[in-house]
Write a protein that binds this ligand. Sequence first.
Ligand code: NAD
Ligand code: GLY
Length: 370
Amino acid sequence: MIALTTPIETVRIDLADRSYDILIGENLLGQAATYGQLPKASAALIVSNTTVSPLYEAALRQALSSHYKVIHSVQLPDGEAHKDWVNLNHIFDTLLAHACDRKTVLFALGGGVVGDMTGFAAASFMRGVPFVQVATTLLAQVDSSVGGKTAINHPMGKNMIGAFYQPQRVVCDLGALKTLPARELSAGLAEIIKYGPIADMAFFDWIDTNMAALQACETQAMAHAVKRSCEIKALVVGQDERESGLRAILNFGHTFGHAIEAGLGFGEWLHGEAVGCGMVMAAHLSADMGLIDVAFVNRLTDLIQRAGLPIQGPVLNAQDNAGHYLALMQHDKKSIAGDIQFVLIDGPGKARVSAAPEAMVRAVIDRCCA
Ligand code: NAD
Ligand code: GLY
């Protein structure tokens, strides 16, 4: 349906009238055809940040100029620490200052922070305008841009204020990954690794074998990793869009990870780093609960370490570190009546969500933090 000059892979998110395509390939971002057949509008707003905008906004603007009469833009400050009300409001201020209407299409140009904020702005401006995710980090291409979770942080908890709101299209330009700092690439690898233990051990084995190619950002390896990650996410989201059950497995490593992010202050560790370390902790908990053997915990830990991610959690409180983690984890969105829920590996390739005895959780935190 879309005549592009470079080969692309397409993954479909099947959600009835909210279905859309994820386009994966090199040099997609700057081609007009990438943005064909989107909802008709006279105006578009590009939302980006001060790092990504100088790299890619001109190319996106050029591509969009065949589709929109006017293209406005807003640049947010860069970083997780700015995923807040003040900057969300900056998007609304820009939309209103330009007299944008309810047909205006928003383009999120950046990683997960810009994507989550633009999605939330699109969900709420005039009760909902269309938006497109132009994902420029690996983490955004394999996870955050797909599936319609949008949010900002609250000082007391990660992604606490937001909405489920699906984009019209997701664009994953593998060429954009070439300018990504190595630490950010590692953060994205965490979310790729995540899909193995919860859903697909053949993919886990493939990642294990191809880690060096992924770290070198080799196009063929990256194309496969992005496509397979999006396929797995599409399968899960297609069955449980609003996380009434199954979708929670995509939060493997996130219960511990979100506590690390909030406990250290947003932006201190990257989201992917906290998730990588959180997966190690959740794997230890799964083993302690008799669901997997220690050999698998060691294999997963080794892979996470080879991806350049931390495998030991930070000490958040010198007096009662485990108690501090527990208090932070109670704010997790999966908690039920104060009971913390964990995504546990129920045998390699399968996950389940459940509570865990507090003494076991404390023991894992004590063992995994230094
Ligand atoms: P990010 O958006 O902060 O981007 C990471 C850094 O890379 C930033 O400094 C950014 O400016 C820079 N950058 C982006 N693209 C670049 C490029 N091509 N070249 C050079 N620099 C570039 O972080 P992220 O890891 O992409 O996303 C993390 C966020 O995503 C977190 O807020 C997390 O909560 C959220 N998230 C959301 C979901 C979801 O389902 N909505 C899933 C996972 C994570
Ligand atoms: N990243 C978790 C989810 O999309 O559900």
